[in-house]
Design a protein around this ligand. Structure first.
Ligand SMILES: *Cc1c(COP(=O)(O)O)cnc(C)c1O
Length: 409
């Protein structure tokens, strides 16, 4: 509409109808302004990988070992090597990675599993699925990650409720490593198992150590939209603990003993498909490169938006793989911003609008005494912008310009 008014009528050229060029000019103008852009461009990565993926999948289609084929073991050793963990065990999803680990540690009814409320539901769901009680912990506003002081309160709350503190699941939210040292110190004191939920943060580092090596075990997800995603569901557990690995291997295949028909545990169907492992081998090769690209894009956003919004901060000793680029605005401001961007073809997302401790399925579980004020506030303030390794500068500039315009700057 505004385009029509600003594009001047072109003079007739060489016998073409007079509106021919103005129409094409107008279309071009429209395209620059409002062509929908993807929130995460999975197709751009697919184009880059091209035949490598087709070939990898074809190999599996030809050898027909669709479960536990050679690519699965190959991928597991590459994944462990990538992050510096001794062992990697692939599985069917990030949720299964969490659940299998809690099962392996025999965590269940009467046990408290501490986790943030400001996270994807699967973190707490894993505890509930094994019959344990998730106990919610507050986060730091600057990092969106677990607050050790709140963890101490939550441990006291759990004990008061007659629960046995057993495990803590710090989450590396939006790709940023949590502050793992204070969590480890409390865990040591309280004898808690530390299960890092790196579903969003795998590839990031904390004080020079890659995620996958912090805590007693790390769970990650290969859901397509995660920084390292496959073409379906997938996940993995990383650990240095050989006994835990053996138990996980058994639980992943129905608690098998010497074979599938020797059942020594109650387990599940939790394997990663060989086709997904084949895809992941190819994706892991370009992952380091993509992490660099994501960081460059995040820095660009931060430089362009720091004066109009609270932009994410990455403290010294931490890195992020930018699963999300999430800014904060004063309450009430993000709705109009999302609408203004949507009108220009720019998607946004809110992670997370309702914290877990206020969700229908989870509100019966305890939260640290004194409540989770930071979590409650963040749920009103956060909004995530398009973010992926293939977001080019002109497209990003369009996002930035639209945000500055909507916020009146
Ligand atoms: C995605 C995600 C999971 C679960 O992963 P799935 O592979 O979808 O089961 C767990 N925790 C967090 C923080 C996640 O973002």
């Amino acid at each position: 509409m505004s385009c029509r008014s600003v594009v001047p009528a072109a003079p007739p050229v060489d016998g073409f109808p007079s509106d021919f060029f103005s129409v094409s000019a107008m279309n071009q103008h429209t395209r620059l302004d409002t062509t929908p852009i993807p929130f995460i461009d999975v197709a751009a990565q697919r184009r880059r990988l091209g035949a490598a993926i087709d070939d990898a999948v074809s190999r599996v289609l030809n050898h027909c070992q669709f479960l536990m084929g050679p690519e699965v073991l190959d991928f597991e050793s590459r994944l462990a090597e990538f992050c510096g963990a001794k062992y990697a065990l692939s599985c069917a999803s990030g949720t299964d990675a969490l659940v299998l680990t809690l099962m392996a540690k025999e965590i269940g009814p009467g046990d408290a599993v501490f986790c943030p409320s400001f996270t994807f539901c699967a973190t707490a769901e894993s505890a509930a699925l094994v019959g344990a009680t998730p106990v919610f912990v507050d986060v730091h506003a600057e990092s969106f990650n677990i607050d050790a002081e709140s963890l101490k309160k939550a441990i006291a709350t759990a004990k008061k409720n007659g629960l046995k503190p057993k495990a803590v699941i710090p989450v590396d939210l939006f790709g940023l490593a949590a502050d793992h040292d204070p969590v480890a110190a409390i865990a040591k004191q309280e004898n808690l198992f530390v299960l890092d939920d790196a579903a969003q943060g795998f590839g990031a580092a904390y004080k020079g150590r890659k995620l996958g090596t912090l805590g007693h075990a790390t769970a990650t997800s290969f859901f397509p939209a995660k920084p390292l995603g496959c073409y379906g569901d997938g996940g993995a557990v990383l650990t240095d603990d050989a006994a835990l690995l053996e138990r996980l291997k058994s639980l992943r295949v129905h608690g098998q003993g010497k074979d599938k028909y020797d059942n020594i545990h109650i387990g599940m169907t939790g394997r990663l498909d060989t086709i997904q492992a084949a895809v992941l081998i190819e994706k892991l090769k370009i992952f380091p490169d993509e992490i660099v690209a994501r960081d460059r894009i995040a820095q660009r956003y931060s430089a362009a938006l720091a004066d109009v919004a609270i932009v994410p901060k990455v403290a010294d000793g931490f890195t992020s793989v930018w699963a999300q680029y999430t800014i904060r605005l004063a309450p009430g401001k993000r709705g109009p911003l999302a609408d203004a961007l949507k009108a220009k073809g720019i998607p946004t997302a809110i992670y997370y609008p309702i914290p877990l401790h206020r969700q229908v399925a989870y509100k019966k579980y305890p939260a640290a005494d004194g409540g989770l004020p930071v979590t409650d506030r963040l749920c009103e303030e956060v909004i995530s912008l398009p973010m992926h390794a293939y977001l080019d500068a002109p497209t990003q500039d369009r996002v930035v310009a639209a945000i500055r315009e909507a916020l009146g700057r």
